[in-house]
Design a protein around this ligand. Sequence first.
Ligand code: PAF
Length: 294
Amino acid sequence: MSPDRLLEIASVAELVRRRAEWEAEGRRVGLVPTMGFLHEGHLELMRRLRQRCDTLLVSIFVNPSQFGHGEDLAAYPRDPVRDAELCASVGVDALFLPAPEEVYPPGFDTWIHPGMAGERACGPWRPGHFRGVLTVVYRLFHWVRPQVSIFGRKDAQQLWLIRRMARDMGLEHRIEEGPLVRDPDGLAMSSRNIYLQPEEREAALALPRTLQALAREIAAGGNPQQLLAEAWQRLRSEKLLQPQYLELVDWQDFRQLQEGETLPQDLVLLGAVKAGKARLIDNVFLRKGREVEI
Ligand code: PAF
């Protein structure tokens, strides 16, 4: 499919009008929210949702409210032409490209705050970040009214918080979980990987390797707290990395595990590091206490 066949919707008014048409035609609408500069991880979300809806809509909006002071909002990579081509190549029907003034009109001052789960893992390192994410996602859900949406497992805490927001706010559509997609060297795909110098990228591989080794050791019955402490020391000894956290949480309620606690059914090991200008996050799931999902 050529990008010419891709409908580009630039305003909320047009989106609402199109949405009404899709509804009248009985079409099931799927939404993939993104900030653009698309990579294979995003495309995999689109391919999965393509099979579950009639009209596949991708939003591209670099959401200012989820960037903190000193973060990379101005420098965030953008490539709208390539993004449109990639979307067309996986069968996306429409792009929603709202302007910041429409998403945050003058005087906008109502926000969705995450609860306790937003204060763990990335929370302390990015104050206000999840408030910005939840608010923009809520607004997208409100305008698009999708029957199904999808978020990648790479941003596990974001996925958990969006599902909890949907439940708490009574949004009934289905929120799918997409896979974490890795580059051949094992680094989780991220639009921000472009910031990495070759030697930083090499060093950054310590994050997935540490998480994967840790998950296997925990699955094999090792003491999680002791293993976490040892892994943290190893990560800290990496010269080009500034580790931010390594956490083991219960996927059911996103609660951090306590010393000596029996392992719950579904766990996720999360980590974040800074390497040069890039802040990288990664995670590994331990499903049913045993199976390790890299
Ligand atoms: O994961 C992202 O790209 C963003 O956080 C999202 C969900 C599109 C909200 O801006």
